[in-house]
Design a protein around this ligand. Structure first.
Ligand SMILES: [Zn+2]
Length: 138
């Protein structure tokens, strides 16, 4: 490689807009989870679902499966209730997994996705890069 080529390369790298090499990592809203008697409440469930751009009921279904319990979503309060006592970490981990499996594009890492149906198969379609992948049916 001669010096002239390296200079050109340096120049080209300098021309890239900053977000072409690194994009903002998707940061989920922190779940406000706490226990009440023998139940665990997620007070800001609606905001969590909105941030993930997913149906709260879809997200809840995954979370209850993940921690192994039953739960319900109160649409008016925007709150989810799980049967049983769970640590905040267990809730956060389940939400993280949901985001990884059902929200983030595995190709470009962006959250600009939607879930479409192709026949009986659910497919995650990325609006940012156009890639698709099959997702588990809940
Ligand atoms: Zn993508």
């Amino acid at each position: 490689m001669d010096d002239e080529y390296i200079k050109l390369l340096d120049h080209a790298m300098g021309q890239l807009p900053p977000d072409a090499t690194s994009h903002e990592r998707f940061v989920m809203v922190e779940a406000l989870a706490f226990t009440e008697g023998n139940k665990t409440l997620i007070r800001n469930f609606k905001q969590l679902a909105e941030k993930a751009a997913r149906d709260p009921k879809h997200m809840l279904k995954y979370i209850v499966n993940e921690v192994g319990t039953a739960g319900s979503y109160d649409e008016q309060a925007g709150r989810a209730t799980l049967t049983g006592v769970f640590t905040k970490k267990a809730i956060l981990d389940a939400i993280d997994k949901y985001v990884k499996d059902f929200v983030l594009c595995k190709t470009c890492g962006r959250p600009d996705t939607q879930i479409d149906k192709e026949g009986r198969q659910s497919v995650l379609v990325c609006q940012a890069c156009g890639s698709t992948r099959a997702v588990q049916k809940l």
